[in-house]
Design a protein around this ligand. Structure first.
Ligand code: FES
Length: 142
């Protein structure tokens, strides 16, 4: 931190915001295999980053077009809304997300509350932000 303090504390509510034509903005006690735990990460959802699973801005230069306003999933409020959030990029497939998390549209409203889900990171799902298996058809590699 530039102010000399140690890392910021994780938020009281774990969230993943789906950015319009862009990445996932994750705020939580994020655990990605092989990475230091951090409280904020921006993860690729277009499939074009050269630094997967992280966003490198390729969505903008490549013209990725995907709304951040996704359909709502009916869900109940979580008993606990924070805690470790494990985000695992699966081989040639989606991000496996395990832990308490609220998924939010780009404009901020909650579209799902879950403890486990699979988020598309190939950019081709017809059910964004969720994986629908299309990564296999399009030959996504990562
Ligand atoms: S990762 Fe995109 S459809 Fe599965």
């Amino acid at each position: 931190m530039t102010d000399g303090t140690s890392e910021e504390t994780p938020p009281p509510v774990n969230t993943i915001h789906v950015r319009e034509n862009g990445p996932y903005a994750v705020a939580a006690d994020i655990r990605i295999p092989g990475e230091e735990p951090l409280t904020r990460r921006t993860l690729c959802r277009c499939g074009l980053s050269k630094n997967k699973p992280f966003c490198d801005g390729s969505h903008a230069s490549e013209g990725f077009n995907a709304t951040g306003e996704c359909a709502d999933n009916e869900s109940e409020p979580l008993e606990t809304r924070n805690g470790p959030l494990n985000v695992t990029p699966t081989q040639d497939g989606p991000l496996m997300v395990a832990g308490n998390v609220e998924i939010c549209a780009g404009t901020g409203h909650t579209i799902d509350r879950t403890t486990k889900t699979f988020l598309c990171r190939c950019g081709h799902s017809s059910n964004k932000p969720f994986c629908d298996g299309t990564h296999a058809k399009v030959g996504f590699k990562s």
